[in-house]
Design a protein around this ligand. Sequence first.
Ligand code: SF4
Length: 212
Amino acid sequence: MKLKIHEIFYSLQGESSRVGLPTVFVRLTGCPMRCVYCDTAYAFSGGSNMEIDDILTKVAEFGTPYVTVTGGEPLAQKDCHVLLKALCDQGYSVSLETGGAIDIGPVDARVSVILDIKTPDSGELKNNLWTNLAHLKKTDEVKFVLCSRADYDWAKDFLMKERLTDKCPVLFSPVYSQVVPSDLADWVLADKLPVRMQLQLHKILWGEVPGK
Ligand code: SF4
């Protein structure tokens, strides 16, 4: 069984509650969405087909227990579920970064899902699959990538209405070079929001380069 893989690389996890942990990233090719701020458009096409056993062998070479399956949109390839299960079976601590347009219901329960909710200014609000909210578990995280103050206000209202922080941790992240991080920090503090503000550690360390 093969998956189209754009890259497999080793770096520090730049986001979520796992930030800073040495992690192997398996980046799958392709995504059905086109967020205005996308920083992985290079993964929309290309890559090469890899057998799942070969992916597991490559991941093992890095010798770290943390694996993140990402994209593109990893769930756009239905056999991604086979990879996720195989990684869990081998004892890895696995997270999945998904854009939120595809059903997370079939994802192995051992996987920590980092689920994006697309905001109005992302340009992809219409593609949120709202039924995904019912599948969230305590070990998952919801992420809002914010393009503007208007996005922040929308996200704040949404998380209150849906009582999202009762389901799992919520992440607020400013679009790199678009929202001033200290502005977002001030907004979160002023509203006393029970969210984790985060910056993308890998971009602070290395800038916007693939494979980091
Ligand atoms: S869902 Fe992710 S990979 Fe797809 S366009 Fe949006 S930011 Fe890029």
